[in-house]
Design a binder for this molecule. Structure first.
Ligand SMILES: [Zn+2]
Length: 362
């Protein structure tokens, strides 16, 4: 029932929109028009998130929420989808392809089209196409979740083989430390200075990076400081992030890092300013939850192997779960995302769309 050519055509068209985070207006208008033609009532909120609902035609079915984000990462201006003979679709490698998340958008549109043309039975289907997912799911942060009826959600936004389903994702907390020292001439009076870079170095040397525990990663990603080769540096700024499947643990690590820098600064007579931001909150959906069970069954019917697992990436689904919706993130045929080598495959896209169709009409 899935029309592969139509699906590919839609995907290639969606890729042609320039829709880097913050620039989703045009693609949003196009998608809203599409959803309206497919019989959905739609609404765009103040942030730019597109919501739609297709009222059910069969009694006794649970409403279901499907989501894919409208924005892409950079470089995403002037994207061209190239269909190769073996069914792979790539960009021309001067930009990302934007399969993240145009495959999700295209698959949802295809499934809604099939349902309409074949008059298949379904309950209420809610659609949410958020903006700014790629910047810590900022778009969804302001969405009015009281509009959502569904208690079950599928977010089409995972890379890797189709069948993959993320049932747990981390909290992400970023931090920024500014070390304040005191400048002085490095040759005439170094003893009068307080060396901000040394303070940062001492604290850093006591920090572990990478997977500090099975469920937790720590990273310092940028460091910047000093004003000249012959000056004792007065300021140094570092930024980094913590990811953990355990929200309280992530908070404890932030506190630990703050204390390391505070102690190191104190010893040298300096000080620090520390800020942190909690971007998204971790979740874990039980393997036997209805949302996972239904996905497993749909996978089997579509000839895919269901593969429930954890992810270390955040997504809009973190927000859904925060608002009491039992949601998972599903693979939808994107690979090597956030690089110019990103690709998808037409057979995988079709398989993902099939799974989605079984999920809705089961
Ligand atoms: Zn994505």
């Amino acid at each position: 029932m899935i029309n592969k050519d139509r699906l590919i055509h839609e995907f290639m068209h969606l890729v042609s929109f320039d829709a880097e985070s913050g620039h989703e207006k045009e693609i949003c208008l196009y998608l809203q028009n599409k959803l309206t033609k497919l019989g959905l009532e739609t609404k765009v909120d103040e942030t730019g998130n597109l919501y739609g609902i297709l009222p059910g035609n069969t009694a006794g079915r649970e409403p279901i929420l499907l989501s894919a984000h409208m924005d892409t990462v950079k470089p995403g201006i002037g994207k061209k989808a190239i269909l190769h003979d073996n069914g792979t679709i790539t960009s021309d490698q001067s930009t990302v392809l934007g399969a993240d998340d145009a495959v999700g958008l295209a698959e949802i549109l295809e499934v809604l089209t099939v349902i309409k043309e074949s008059s298949l039975p379904h309950g209420d289907i809610e659609i949410l196409f958020p903006v700014a997912e790629e910047i810590f799911s900022k778009g969804c942060q302001t969405f009015d979740f009281s509009m959502i009826k569904s208690r079950m959600a599928y977010t089409l936004d995972m890379s890797g083989p189709v069948g993959g389903v993320a049932i747990a994702a981390p909290s992400i907390i970023s931090f920024s430390v500014r070390v304040h020292g005191k400048s002085s001439h490095a040759g005439f009076a170094p003893q009068d200075g307080i060396h901000a870079i040394s303070i940062a170095a001492e604290a850093l040397s006591q920090m572990r990076m990478g997977y500090v525990e099975d469920d937790t990663s720590v990273n310092v990603g940028t460091i910047c400081g000093g004003t000249g080769k012959n000056i004792v540096p007065e300021q140094t700024e570092l930024t980094g992030e913590i990811r953990s499947m355990d929200h309280e643990k992530a908070q404890r690590y932030v506190q630990k890092i703050r204390e390391l820098f505070e102690n190191s600064a104190k010893k040298a007579g300096g000080s620090i300013s520390f800020t942190c931001e909690e971007h998204i909150r971790s979740y874990r959906i039980p393997k036997d939850a209805p949302v996972v069970k239904a996905y497993r069954e749909a996978c089997k019917k579509a000839g895919a192997t269901p593969d429930p697992r954890e992810t270390f990436g955040g997504s809009d689904n973190n927000r859904f779960v925060e608002h009491g919706i039992s949601g998972v993130v599903i693979s939808c045929a994107m690979n090597r995302v956030h690089t110019v080598y990103e690709y998808t495959h037409t057979d995988e896209m079709k398989k993902a769309a099939k799974i989605l169709l079984y999920l809705i009409t089961a």
